[in-house]
Design a protein around this ligand. Structure first.
Ligand SMILES: Nc1ncnc2c1ncn2[C@@H]1O[C@H](COP(=O)(O)OP(=O)(O)OP(=O)(O)O)[C@@H](O)[C@H]1O
Ligand SMILES: [Mg+2]
Length: 306
């Protein structure tokens, strides 16, 4: 507002600027119209992810950068192409694969990616058996991922085996294409935090090529219970209060006693809920008639976690 008032006092310049602003607003960039709030859309799109405020902020930054860049371009100002390759570090079941899949879709809707396909790969999909085979396999995968996301799980396994291993060839091919193909695909390398850090120290040139690093923290017990509620609700079930207490107790014990590598966070919760749904079904078979509430409610006996 201030700048508008002061501009108005500036006569001619004022007219030129407000004309330009008007032109810029007329051509709407993707996802943007007067009644449309792109940040709200991002919040909604990612609302099913419990926690992860970092992720939501990062997506907003990427969207805003893209949007403002296109306005700058139309105003004849310098723009910079965003490099969006990412590193995901997190323990098992913290949501790395799910988030990567979601980003492919969201970036397609934001017109950041032209196709938005999600290609998931691991070492065996990249590394070949003879000289030249690896580069070919890696190139083929990149070609498949053009316009979308190439997600490489347990990426550190490419760094194992030392100089003579073909994993190194895969990394070199990836790096070459990341730079040559000018952001036409997004490469996401994922893995457990310690292994990923080690992998990056072995390949010092890599870190700077991934401007976006997301740390997927282990979930707190409250977050895991919230995830359980949400998973049940998505399937039109609900947990009784007693079932929730039992689940909470179990998660707490597991977290305290299991090595962090064996505690599979939200995946453990998903498995427990899915098993409870099956137990619930068997329990309900004993009767012929059920209320809707009974059909929906998972009780503590359905959670077989003793
Ligand atoms: N924040 C979250 N909110 C809701 N559900 C979640 C969340 N994080 C993960 N999940 C769910 O947990 C399950 C496991 O997630 P996912 O497979 O993405 O984990 P991961 O980090 O890729 O695990 P791994 O390292 O073992 O491959 C999925 O069903 C996913 O939907
Ligand atoms: Mg995964």
């Amino acid at each position: 507002m201030d700048s508008q008032v002061s501009l108005r006092r500036n006569g001619q310049i004022n007219i030129v600027l407000s004309e330009r602003d008007k032109n810029l607003d007329e051509k709407n960039t993707p996802m943007k119209s007067n009644s449309y709030d792109p940040f709200l859309k991002i919040d909604q799109d990612f609302s099913s992810f419990v926690g992860m405020s970092n992720l939501k902020e990062t997506v907003k930054e990427i969207y805003a950068n893209m949007h403002i860049n296109s306005k700058r371009e139309r105003a004849g100002l310098k723009t910079q192409k965003q490099v969006l390759h990412m590193l995901f570090k997190g323990n098992p079941g913290t949501g790395k694969t799910t988030v990567a899949r979601k980003l492919a879709k969201a970036f397609y809707e934001m017109e950041i990616l032209p196709k938005g396909q999600f290609i998931e790969a691991e070492r065996a999909d990249l590394v070949g058996e003879y000289i030249g085979h690896t580069a070919q396999k890696t190139r083929d995968l990149i070609a498949k991922a053009m316009g979308g996301v190439l997600f490489i799980d347990e990426a550190y396994s490419l760094g194992r085996g030392g100089e003579k291993d073909f994993g190194k060839e895969a990394i070199d091919t990836l790096v070459k294409h990341m730079e040559d193909s000018h952001n036409q695909f997004i490469l996401i390398l994922a893995g457990y935090p310690r292994e990923m850090d080690e992998f990056l120290t072995l390949n010092p040139g890599l870190t700077s090529r991934f401007p976006i690093v997301l740390d997927f923290e282990d979930y707190s017990i409250d977050q895991l219970v919230e995830i359980a509620r949400q998973m049940a609700a998505e399937r039109e079930y609900q947990l009784s209060k007693e079932a929730e207490w039992k689940l909470r107790d179990h998660l707490l014990k597991q977290k305290q006693t299991q090595h962090y590598r064996n505690f599979s966070n939200a995946r453990l919760v998903r498995n427990l809920i899915e098993k409870a749904i099956r137990k619930h079904a068997v329990r309900l078979m004993e009767k012929n008639h059920h209320t809707t509430k009974e059909l929906m409610t998972i009780t503590r006996i359905d959670l077989s976690i003793d």
